[in-house]
Ligand binder design. Structure first.
Ligand code: PEP
Ligand code: MG
Length: 762
């Protein structure tokens, strides 16, 4: 048997697949080819649904056709389930003698006792199983096992691509068009970025879009001229976006679009499509076929820089296909619209912001997710709702988004709209008044509190300066880099960091080293898919495993810090060793720069972020080693309570004022006071006035927050007497229940506001 030929034939099939866009037919072809090559009477493919932990027969040659979709096996059930559970082939000369054998009446399997099944895996991820069967007298041997394994590994890639491209796993993710709005008229969501918008909706659902494009009847008459027009339109859109992003944001983020432009006119992209169209292929099929071929090629290479291009290509192909089939005019589709989306790339957010999007509604995600943080930096109102059906509303439906309360109204009654518009105007007036911030923040009894800014992208600097931030308490170095399309060199990073330092002259700046992984994975890094990304190769762990990259960043920070008050902190530290190892690398970068005679900061303060509960029991030891602590409450809450900060389904459990969270923070404060280690709080709890009495009461004097909240927090601090704060802190720390703490904090907030009201009235 020529196994090589078998593999070649399967490889060829990839092309047939992209032509027909039919997964069923594709799988059916596979089983046919494999059965013929392996002289098997039966060949079947099962796919695994991770959610249900179940295998379903998807295609068969030799079993009864009705068994497709009907035969289902749990993991570990039957020989097929067993193979997938053990991640090993099972080869049986007489299948029914194996105790795991499961008999399905009516599928006609009993005639084919000689049985071989291999799991289809990608790494250790379970994708499905491939089986062959013959009559009892013709058992399978080792060579057959090898051959079927090779086919299965080739299939794994193809099926994963198919899942990605054709949304093979329909069902829960497929969104029905919504005819009757019903309960969608009013949705209570969660505010991720404040603001108000009332505008037409535009739904961004990539999976649905691709499905629509691929199910188009390709005989519909798209001509070569349509294709050229779509390319020209794409080109001019990209140039516009590039210009707008360049003007609006001070990052080099517009580079993303430059690389799309280059690709668009590349011979292997545009040239290959043109050739196919000239040879008679329909334009949508030509675009899809060429793009798919390149995406596959790029995705397979070892070189991360080339692999990263696959992501850009997908983006570009979507845009081109959209322009080809949707025949859009050369206008921004985001301007003044509310985007309803399942997920977006950071580059999408940049583009939408540069084109003046009015607001965003995400169906899923968390308010402390990094996309939410970026939306706040870009000042785009964003509400997160748990209502996937919203993706089915028709384009141009009017949506009112209230980014103060988190309410989303779909096709609202005019009276709702006028009420909101009035309230919005009133809020805008308050907004204007609150810009009168002071350069110094004092409590009611005159204690100095330092308010610093969290900076996510350089564009935040302006707001931070205008709102009198005393420095930068957290610079999230990774955010500028997840919006790019390649990892920046030391020089690129130095240029960005230097602009940051020059943008805050004479004030302290805390650089947080790269915190990628979790919900921040730059596409070009090709971070392995992890089952638990927040518990995986994230943050400092990633840096310690990728030292050259880490050293590039540390050198860039040290150089940018020359002559400035720069400190450096490591995120997600979980043990003393990790901190000491990272600090050693930092020191060796510093020594290296000294030897090379390159200007740099000689003695930066070095600190850690308190985000993982495991450092809390060691906090006295950390206090001896670190120059400062910065409490990252977003992650500290997530890891203390084991609640994914990005998961809307458990958002009600993500409670900042859980007694364990508050006591942990107090513990850190006590150790820091004893060890004379400086402490600040930089997570989003610092944005929330409700927690101020607690923080001040336990001794926190430095807060770092989104610049947007600076005036409000400053005013709230001015209302607090330290004596009251200490009492409130003691009171909440004595509580054991979340709701009791919530009530105390809210009651204090209400009475302090009432006090203000009475003072004004008298
Ligand atoms: C935090 O975890 O609180 C924090 C400030 O870091 P990030 O939100 O970037 O994870
Ligand atoms: Mg964090």
């Amino acid at each position: 048997m020529d196994h090589l030929k078998l593999l070649c034939d399967i490889g060829e099939l990839n092309w047939i697949f992209s032509d027909r866009a039919s997964t069923k037919a594709f799988l059916q072809r596979i089983v046919g080819i494999v059965a013929t090559h392996m002289r098997a009477d039966v060949c079947s493919i099962y796919l695994f649904d991770e959610g249900k932990c179940e295998l379903t027969l998807k295609a068969t040659k030799g079993l009864h056709p009705d068994s497709v979709e009907r035969v289902r096996l749990k993991l570990g059930e039957g020989l097929v389930g067993l193979a997938l559970q053990q991640l090993e082939p099972v080869c049986e000369p007489v299948a029914s003698t194996n105790p795991h054998f499961k008999f399905f009446p009516g599928i006609l399997e009993e005639r084919y006792e000689s049985f071989l099944v291999v799991p289809i895996l990608r790494g250790t991820a379970r994708i499905g199983a491939l089986t062959v069967q013959r009559q009892q007298d013709y058992p399978f041997g080792d060579k057959d096992v090898l051959a079927l394994r090779a086919v299965a590994s080739q299939l794994a890639n193809i099926i994963e691509n198919a899942r990605l491209l054709f949304s093979l796993q329909e069902g829960p993710r497929a969104v029905e068009a919504v005819d009757d709005l019903g309960d969608l008229r009013f949705i209570k969501g969660r505010v991720a970025s404040e603001g108000f918008a009332f505008a037409e909706a535009v739904v961004v659902d990539r999976e649905r879009f691709l499905g629509q494009v691929l199910s188009l009847d390709v005989d519909r008459s798209y001509t070569a001229d349509d294709f050229r027009r779509a390319v020209a339109l794409t080109e001019s859109q990209l140039r516009n976006v590039q210009k707008l992003v360049g003007e609006k944001l001070s990052e080099d983020a517009s580079l993303i679009f430059a690389s799309h432009l280059l690709m668009l006119r590349d011979r292997s992209f545009f040239g290959a499509m043109t050739e196919l169209i000239e040879a008679g292929e329909s334009p949508p099929a030509a675009v899809f076929k060429v793009a798919k071929h390149l995406i596959d090629l790029f995705a397979q290479t070892e070189d991360p820089y080339i692999r990263e291009k696959a992501h850009d290509l997908k983006d570009l192909t979507m845009r081109l296909l959209g322009n080809l089939v949707a025949e859009r005019e050369n206008e921004s589709i985001w301007h003044g619209r509310i985007v309803v989306a399942r997920d977006l790339f950071p580059s999408d957010l940049l583009q939408m912001s540069s084109e003046g999007v009015a607001g965003l509604v995400f169906v899923g995600g968390g308010v402390t997710s990094h996309l939410s943080i970026l939306a706040r930096s870009l000042r785009i109102p964003l509400v997160i709702v748990d209502a996937p059906r919203l993706l089915g509303i028709s384009e141009k439906t009017m949506v009112l988004l209230d980014g103060e309360t988190g309410n989303v109204y779909v096709d609202p009654h005019p009276s709702v709209v006028s009420n909101f518009q009035a309230a919005h105007l009133a809020r805008a007036a308050v907004q204007a008044e609150k810009e009168s911030v002071q350069s110094i923040t004092l409590t009611a009894d005159g204690t100095r509190i330092h308010l610093l800014a969290n900076i996510n992208i350089l564009a935040d600097l302006k707001g931070a300066r205008e709102l009198q931030a005393e420095g930068i308490g957290l610079y999230r170095t990774e955010l500028p880099f997840i919006v790019r399309s390649t990892f920046p060199s030391e020089e690129d990073q130095y240029a960005v960091y230097r602009r940051l330092v020059e943008g805050m002259p004479g004030r302290p700046i805390a650089f947080r080293t790269l915190d990628i992984g979790g919900d921040k994975v730059p596409p070009y890094l090709h971070h392995p898919t992890e089952h638990n990304p927040f518990l995986g190769l994230r943050s400092l762990r990633f840096c310690l495993q990728n030292r050259p990259m880490f050293a590039d960043q540390l050198r860039a920070i040290l150089r940018a810090g020359a002559g400035a008050q720069v400190s450096i902190m490591f995120p997600m530290v979980s043990s003393l060793e990790e901190f000491l190892e990272a600090r050693d690398i930092l020191f060796s970068c510093r020594d290296e720069l000294a030897r090379e005679g390159i200007p740099h900061i000689h003695g930066p303060r070095v600190g850690i972020m308190i985000e993982i509960p495991s450092v809390v029991d060691l906090i006295d030891d950390f206090a001896r080693e670190a120059d400062f602590f910065s409490i990252g409450t977003n992650d500290l809450i997530q890891y203390t309570l084991a609640v994914d900060r990005t998961n809307e389904k458990v958002a009600n459990l993500y409670v900042a004022h859980h007694p364990s969270v508050l006591r942990t923070i107090r513990r850190v404060m006590d150790a820091a006071r004893y060890g004379r280690t400086e402490v600040s709080v930089c997570g989003e709890m610092a944005n929330d006035e409700k927690y101020l009495p607690f923080f001040l009461g336990i001794g926190v004097r430095i807060l770092s927050l989104d610049p947007l909240y600076l005036p409000r927090v400053q005013r709230a601090i001015a209302r607090i007497h330290l004596e009251d704060a200490t009492r409130i802190a003691q009171e909440v720390l004595a509580q054991t229940r979340v709701d009791a703490i919530g009530r105390i904090l809210e009651e204090y907030q209400r009475t302090s506001l009432r006090g203000i009201g009475q003072a004004i009235a008298s």
